[in-house]
Structure formats: structure tokens, C-alpha cells
Design a protein around this ligand. Sequence first.
Ligand SMILES: Nc1nc2c(ncn2[C@@H]2O[C@H](COP(=O)(O)OP(=O)(O)O)[C@@H](O)[C@H]2O)c(=O)[nH]1
Ligand SMILES: [Mg+2]
Length: 329
Amino acid sequence: MDFIDEVTITVQGGNGGRGCVSFRREKYVPKGGPDGGDGGNGGNVILKVNPNLSTLFDIRPRKRYKAGNGVMGKGKRMHGKRGQTSMIEVPQGTIVINLDTNTTIGDLTEHNEELLVAHGGRGGKGNARFTSSTRQTPDFAQTGKTGEERTLQFQLKLLADVGLVGFPNAGKSTFLSRISAAKPKIADYPFTTLIPQLGIVKTSEYSSIVVADIPGLIEGAHHGKGLGDRFLRHVERTNLLLFLIDANEEDPSTLYNKLNDELRQFHESFSMKNRLIALTKTDLLAENQIKKLPKKIDGWNCFPISSVTDAGIQNIVQEMGQLIQDSSA
Ligand SMILES: Nc1nc2c(ncn2[C@@H]2O[C@H](COP(=O)(O)OP(=O)(O)O)[C@@H](O)[C@H]2O)c(=O)[nH]1
Ligand SMILES: [Mg+2]
């Protein structure tokens, strides 16, 4: 059911460091006691929930995530350092599947929850560990073990961060395709329901948000029941509504009020959401007409944009990213 973001990667724990062969140096004794330390363990690969992420977009498909190798042991029974952990940040709600065995190994639902997905290999024992009453000068040590390797698939059900709202032909679909970095898969969506269009939108180097355009939201507002619970789930999660209003229309604030009334009839929860307003298709206006467009409507910021020339698009995407980040902090 619903929209799924999916990515497959390989994880590998670091290799264990080699144990050390060493003997104490003592004056006049050719070989003192064995004092080679153990190699360090390889680092683990760990998944950690970062509540600020809402997509898997920053996890590179097919990439190998490898933790650091353990360091070799040294003389004087010094153990090698443990290899560095490889930490992979994932959004809340990520399901983790081990593709080698086809089993689900985790469902990361809590803030900051962690899951160890590949153990590092054990470090090898140094020769100091191999002395016994019959063997006083062992001149061998163990090699480290290889780290665990696994192929993992992450799956995430997407819920929208931003909902697009506007009358037909306001430019919603065009805007969404303009700003989307990826289109999530639709899994098993009943064709009788209106299908929301979801796009993953990169808002800065390390973050992305989910934007939803629900076709026919306004047209269907009076018989809202047809839109169903699934759509409402998207709305509940959505922190931000982006109103798109054609800047070529007579009076943007009248249109805004109409949209607002229709939304309120549809569901009360709409009234609680933050808003931004995009005044669209500014490429069809002269420069002086653009200057006269309202800066605010009903107290909410307005951004003149054009999906044809890209004017203002960068600004509004950044603003959406900022508002989503602030509201999840
Ligand atoms: N000139 C111009 N036309 C646009 C722009 N954005 C959308 N359109 C056109 O407006 C019409 C409606 O756009 P669409 O994205 O389908 O609107 P929706 O019904 O809100 O999804 C289409 O013919 C688009 O090509 C824009 O920025 N500038
Ligand atoms: Mg459309």
C-alpha cells in the first residue's frame, strides 16, 4: 500500500587487526617473554534514525558502506585500536531487509533508534596469549577475522511533508515535476482512489522533503469522503501547505480565500497548518506587474514563481525546506 522509497546497499564490518608477534627485550637474554598484543576488532556498521530525514534520497544505491579495519597489535602487549564505526542515518519508519536471507531484520520507528547490521571481525590474538607451560616462546599470532558482509534493502513508506493546494490549472503538476529530484514508486494503489502525485525534493545538500499534489482535492472537496483515509494520513503528517495561485488572475487574495473555505469544508485539520503562497506563471507578466503582486496574503508570505523560466523556484524550495526543518526540530 502507498508510496515507497526503496534503496539497496551493501554493508561490511571492518576486518579485525592482526595479532602481533613480539618478545620482550631484555639485556643478555636473546628472546625475552612473548609480549605481542591482540589486533583491534573491526568496526561495526550501525543504522541510526535521524528524525530530520524524511526520505532515503541521500543513501546512494548499490554503494558499499564499510566500517574501519582494526589496527594490528603491538609489542608490550599493546592492543590495536578498534576500527571506526560506520554510521548510516536513515529516516524514521525505515524497514530493513536482509536480501541474502530475505528476512526483515529491523523496523526503525523510534527517534535515534539504532540497529547493528554488520559486525566487525574479531582482532587476532597476539603471541603473548599463546604461552603455556610447554610453550614458552610462541612465535606466531592470529590474523584478524573478516568483517560480516550483507546486502540490505531499506524501504520507507512516504508521507508528505508539504501538500500542494490550488484550483485546476494553477500550475501544481508542472511545479511538482520541476522541483522533484525523484518520483517514488506507487505500490498497490487502488485505482478507484485519486492518486496523489508525490515528489522527493532536495532542499539542501543533505536534506530532502516529500511534496504531494493531490489531484482533484479542491474539485472533490464537497464529496471529500471519496478521497479516503489514505489521503488523510498524508494530510495529517503534512506540516505545510503550499497554495498555488495563478498570478495572472485578477485578485490573488480572493482566490486564496476561496481555496481556504473549500479546504476548511473538507477537513478541519487544514486550518492548523502553516502556509506559503506561490504566485505562479510570472513569465506571462511584465516586470512592473510582478512588482505589484502582494508580498503577503492573510499574513502568509507570497513568492512569485515561474515553472517555465525557473524564476523564484530556488527561493521557494529553500523556504519550504527551512519551514519543515523548523517544525520537526
Ligand atoms: N507560462 C506558464 N505556463 C505554465 C506554468 N506552469 C504551468 N503552466 C501551464 O498551465 C497549465 C496547467 O498546468 P498544470 O501544472 O497542469 O496545473 P494543475 O492543474 O494545477 O496541475 C498547463 O498548460 C501548463 O503548461 C508557468 O510557470 N508558466
Ligand atoms: Mg495537475
